[in-house]
Design a protein around this ligand. Sequence first.
Ligand code: FNR
Length: 342
Amino acid sequence: MSRSKRKWDHIRYALATGQEQKAGFEDITFIHQSLPNCSLDEIKLDTKIGGLSVSSPIFINAMTGGGGERTLQINRDLAIVAEKMGMAISVGSQMAALKDPAEAKTYQIVRKENPNGMVIGNLGSEATVDQAKAAIQMIEANALQIHLNVVQELTMPEGDRDFSSALLRIENIVKGANVPILVKEVGFGMNKEAVEQLFSIGVSAVDIGGFGGTNFARIENNRRKSTLAFFDEWGIPTTVSIAEAKATSKQGAVLASGGIQTSLEIAKAIALGADGVGVAGYFLKILMKEGVDTLVEELHVIHEELKMMMTALGAKNLKELQNAQIIISGKTYHWLNERNID
Ligand code: FNR
């Protein structure tokens, strides 16, 4: 199967397969605060992602590029949204353009539409230092995401089977690249031990990419009518994985993603400790079904709702929201209890 066909399949099947809504957010409840002692117009949403200032804690996570005109159009639209909202944006895996330079423009459009914004490159952990440098240069990336997608590869008949030495390759990229390196999962979550290993080799941030939203095992199984059904339910839910990542003693930012759609879920992810929140499938769905203007409108609503919740909680900025009081119940509580994570 051509790489370009696979790119388009991922978009079609992600939209058809939808979001699982199993990310664990129903287990998180804010403790209401009757005396918040703040006013709506004091609330600030600006923050830093990968060391760069952005107006929003929400970023558009890696999706596409490398599939010709159709993926160029999607990246152009997503970049327009990011630029309008002052949000960071990641492109999809750039390996397609490293293999076929004619595809570079499908990624470069993001930088073109967003000349001063935060644009994040993306490659898999098979990448060499030279490939990482080329991907950064291609889009003048402010940071580079390296994705870990073992289960997705295993569910693809043509996928990788050898995952040895990924940590060593990432360490070499950290040393050789001149931008912060972020390491992300793609919907299966990361445990504390993996995050600890990544922070100890100098990775600036992890995006835990938890289970519960876009499900690449299900997408690959549906595409191929293959039967690795046991992977359909495989992964660490997003809520659990944020808490796992925050439990390390090492330094590094924790970004949350995986099944996040609403302002309430974004607020809960931040209250669990996330420094930023990535959304992929849900934004893609709005863009493809309703267009750029609706997605921009939805983001304005999400930002306003976030400010409302922060007012109710007395959290004037994202640091204070990270310290908001929550109750953790259900499966998330059980998991964290068993792992001795508080
Ligand atoms: C993705 N994702 C992804 N991730 C990555 O690191 N490189 C990539 O090329 C892609 N490609 C891609 C295509 C499509 C169509 C989707 C929907 C997603 C994964 C994405 O960045 C994210 O980690 C997961 O989708 C989980 O987040 P959501 O979708 O539940 O918000």
